[in-house]
Design a protein around this ligand. Structure first.
Ligand code: FES
Length: 97
């Protein structure tokens, strides 16, 4: 069973969130509909992260799947080069101090 998220890209996705709408953020990195879940986590240890938008706004959501502030980008993608995209990463807490 896969334990680490796949680095779906090494940059965040800008999305227009709508106030009070519920979204399912892909945590596994396997979705073809990034940054949202498409059910591809089936068979992994991952589940999507449900969240409700607090306001209507453009937001940068994490696509590298290594943010410490899911679903939002925290800059963690900067550790990954393009050749890491599509591979399993080191895990979200691996660089926590
Ligand atoms: Fe990644 Fe569902 S497809 S969490």
């Amino acid at each position: 069973m896969s334990k680490q998220p796949v680095i779906a890209d090494n940059k965040p996705a800008k999305v227009n969130l709508l106030k009070d709408q519920e979204y399912y953020f892909c945590a596994c990195g396997r979705s073809k509909n990034q940054p949202f879940c498409d059910g591809s986590h089936a068979g992994t240890s991952f589940k999507p992260l449900p969240f409700k938008a607090e306001k209507t706004e453009d937001a940068y959501l994490c696509v590298c799947k290594h943010t410490q502030n899911a679903p939002f980008c925290d800059g963690s993608h900067k550790q990954f080069t393009k050749d890491k995209v599509g591979q399993e990463g080191p895990g979200v807490n691996s660089n926590a101090s």
